[in-house]
Design a binder for this molecule. Structure first.
Ligand code: ZN
Length: 295
């Protein structure tokens, strides 16, 4: 009988949040700027300015506006920054920390971990950790992979590098452990890129979505997770959600979440620290392995 490598469990107990909280909310931002475009065209000279300028809007204006919004709502966010972006904009990490936010690693070149060798992946991680250490003095931070991709080997790499946690996968809708790594899960459902990313490129089939419809969809997701006791992980991007109509949408979303009153609004790092010391630790632990298809 062929099996799919799972460990056989099909039931897990509900996640236990701190006293008085039914669910959790994290506002996360992947501060990509130009890096995914540069990675996609690595080794080439990019003369076209259209997408590059659109992306540079992020560090120039988008981030400041999102920081203003978060300050107004009293929300601290988790900002994941590629090493090359931190190097290009050396004021970013210190400014984010000064505003009370969490910073974390997001690859060096925004490299996809299934497209690089194990040696390259480790080299990029070490370079990124060193840049963060140099610019912030902090040495043990969380990690979010580019395009939310991982392999069993790259998870083992994070563990060997003593990274605080990972936030790239979605095997549960609350914190869990995959192999030995604490996972603070994401979800495509609440990722601004799916709805608003538009660069007039070959993958853009339609115009950006109406923020009112997206707001309704995200509130529905939040209310569902509130009912089930999950984590509502919001993921936005500097160059996408720093734009006018999306800022207004995010403000309405945060107002709704805060008005609920029973959601723990914290950073991913705070959730990881809570998870490590809570009754949940070890309860939702899964192995990391792919699937070998054999017919
Ligand atoms: Zn990214």
């Amino acid at each position: 009988m062929q099996r799919l490598h799972e460990d056989g469990r099909s039931h897990y107990p509900p996640y236990v949040w701190p006293e008085g909280k039914r669910c959790a909310v994290v506002f996360s931002l992947d501060l990509d700027a130009e890096s995914p475009h540069a990675w996609a065209h690595r080794g080439e000279a990019i003369a076209g300015l259209s997408e590059i300028e659109q992306r540079r809007f992020g560090p120039r204006q988008g981030v400041a506006r999102i920081l203003e919004l978060l300050a107004r709502r009293g929300v601290r966010g988790s900002f994941y920054v590629p090493g090359v972006v931190a190097t290009t904009y050396p004021d970013l990490l210190p400014a984010l920390l000064a505003a009370g936010h969490e910073v974390g690693y997001h690859g060096y070149f925004h490299e996809r971990l299934d497209q690089v060798s194990a040696d390259q992946a480790r080299d990029f991680l070490e370079r990124t950790i060193e840049i963060f250490r140099h610019q912030t003095g902090l040495a043990r931070l969380g990690y979010r992979s580019a395009s939310w991709e991982h392999t069993p080997a790259t998870l083992a790499m994070l563990e060997a590098a003593n990274v605080a946690y990972d936030s790239s996968l979605m095997g549960f809708d609350h914190p869990y452990e995959i192999a030995e790594v604490i996972e603070i899960p994401v979800t495509w459902t609440v990722d601004d890129a799916l709805y608003f990313r538009y660069t007039n490129g070959p993958r853009d089939k339609t115009h950006p979505a109406n923020p009112a419809a997206v707001l309704e969809s995200w509130i529905e997701e939040f209310e569902g997770l509130r009912e089930w006791g999950g984590l509502f992980m919001i993921t936005v991007h500097d160059w996408i959600s720093g734009r006018a109509q999306r800022l207004r949408m995010l403000e309405r979303l945060l107002r709704h979440v805060q008005a609920a009153g029973d959601a723990w609004i914290g950073t991913a790092g705070e959730l990881a620290a809570y998870h490590r010391g809570s009754v949940n630790h070890g309860v939702h632990r899964v192995p990391a392995h792919g699937i070998t298809t054999a017919f």
